[in-house]
Design a protein around this ligand. Sequence first.
Ligand code: FAD
Length: 372
Amino acid sequence: MGASHRQSNIKHGKRQSLATAFLDNSRQRSNLKVLTKTLVTKVVIDSQSKQAKGVEFVTRNKKFHVRATKEVILSAGAVNTPQLLMLSGVGPKDQLSKLEIPLITDLPVGKNLIEHPTLILMVRSDYNAPKVGPNKLIQQYLNGCGTLTQAGNMDGVGYIRTKNDSKEVPTIEILFSVPPHIDVSILQREFNYNKDINNNLLNKINPQTDIFFYIVLLHPKSRGQIFLKSSCPIDFPNIDLNMFAEQEDVETLIEGVEYVQNLLNTDAFKKINATLLEVPICTNFKMGSKEYLECLIRNLAGTLYHPSGTAAMGPNNGKFVVSDTLQVHGIRNLRVIDTSIFPSSISGHLNAPTVMVAEKAADLIKQEHKHL
Ligand SMILES: Cc1cc2nc3c(=O)[nH]c(=O)nc-3n(C[C@H](O)[C@H](O)[C@H](O)COP(=O)(O)OP(=O)(O)OC[C@H]3O[C@@H](n4cnc5c(N)ncnc54)[C@H](O)[C@@H]3O)c2cc1C
């Protein structure tokens, strides 16, 4: 459907987080206080009036309680926002009662967890990227150019629609990462590959010649869930991605893999002798067969770190958590503004849509409070 260079938030060669892009300019405001190394442990909700009153948090070994004069806004992300809601008594009744958390409102918090399953194909080529030494790389970086200034060293992105799809949106994203790669060990951490894959695949990567294709399933049918492990706020919640529970997801991703295999047969890739690196698994299947590709996907695919959907926006019918103004159903003065509120999957990466949601929410809040 289209291909382009990848766009990133980069200023003078350095990646900009939203904190640097937005907060840095506002730090001097008298009505803004930012606390770091601080853990919010609970939203305080009055069980009678069902009104959010403030939050409890812990910082530097001390517990604090802060009262909200207008409303509480939760932006802890798609994993921790549902955790905090559940710890505060807003969530699935059965889960909260098991952990003896007093129920304030029964809502499907933590359900509908959406991810973008991703398989990386690694390809060897005859192309040899010029070697640049560390001194030169650092010099380039300080001047705002060179390999170290590229986000994830990913140069290209393309979107395709597979046969399996009836909608007018792309179903597969292909990210294209070119040599030279600086440090492939990050892939090990990112995808949690086992020792065998690490030794027999990643350690064989040639950073000067090898090309990576990230094949991303944009609209998976499978849904996961965030569960509380305990009622203690410092325990991480359980993340059950439930990836590939729906066979259709495997089949659509196979189509993405086949697309890349066909791409390798084009003149441009043939010219540089592009060939898939052998993966030391699934050897009992015929290489390239559907069974082989399914085995590869089920064993090697990881996430793109795009969790969303765990406090989904929609009507107050028991299936959704927040309204179209992002207020938690059944609770007054409590709003969620982060990727949790996406009701369905996004045809791309989540950073820009999250900013868009936040900008829209800021307008709604300004509008609502302008007469107060
Ligand atoms: C490694 C990685 C790479 C990514 N790359 C890209 C990319 O290239 N492009 C793109 O578009 N997207 C990318 N994403 C996705 C994107 O960063 C997220 O989708 C986006 O940041 C989600 O925004 P959010 O506000 O929902 O949550 P977050 O950005 O996760 O913000 C939640 C914040 O809440 C804080 N928090 C959580 N719990 C508590 C608590 N109890 N008390 C106090 N604070 C708390 C967290 O520390 C965090 O700062 C990437 C994500 C990861 C992890």
